[in-house]
Ligand binder design. Sequence first.
Ligand code: PMP
Length: 296
Amino acid sequence: MQYYDSNTFLYLNGKFSKAADAKTDLYGQSLHYGYAVFEGIRAYNTHNGTRVFKAKEHYERLKRSAELMHIPFPYNINELIKQTYKLLEKNNLKDAYIRPLVFCPPHMSLVAATEASILICAWDWGTYLGSSLQKVCISSYQRPNPKSTHVEAKASGHYVNSILATTEAKSKGYDEAILLDMHNNIAEASGANVFMEKGGKLYTPPLGNILPGITRATIIKLCKTLDIECIEKHLSVDDLKSADSAFLCGTAAEIAGIASVDEVSFPAVWTETLGATLQRTYKALVLEKQNYEVII
Ligand code: PMP
């Protein structure tokens, strides 16, 4: 995957510069200790032009992550959104993945940062054509314990746990890993939240031991408009394995149906599940097609 070429611009501390010329310090706390916070945002090429989906929610979560991690965040959210649109325009990107990162300067001590830098970069994400159903496994790795870190922060260091889980899952022939929390309840996948359907209702783990996904929150709202009952409660591995269907959701994954967990396949046909209905509705929402479809 090529993220940039000699023409690519990135945004760094208030200025646009060529990605190929931009530099960072090799003695930084972020590189050495994973002490940084970031976001993953999608822009979609809609009939209303390029739209950054839930931009405010993502930058607000970035700010909250920084606060929880004691990383300075002296930035204005509206200004960051404005610069994000400018970045897309400068790179001629329409369907894109946007990656803001707040990182810390050189310091080898284990103390909170007093200064930070902000990088925003973006790359082409192509048009989503719908992916095949995921084969997932229950990971032998747990999600970080909320008593050892602030799990609701999207902190760089937390993703070492995600890398270990996906590496294990792929080495065993699975596409993705679902990790449990410290009480052996279903927490989330390496980079996505989890929902399951049982008896015509949807279930998802409550906040507390998971990243508060923006897609998860969007789905819960969509359920209200679609009159789908969605219950937030702790779920065991047995609950998940005895579900009718299940799916992962996240900014990058959008809504991805799950075929099986370990060796247990879900009985429902994906296209007939609540997940598939939500997948279609979510797609219409991000493409701002909802009213458009009614009009045409
Ligand atoms: N959980 C984890 C661990 C993630 O990395 C992500 C992706 N940001 C999610 C859940 C889904 O969050 P969102 O819907 O905000 O992308």
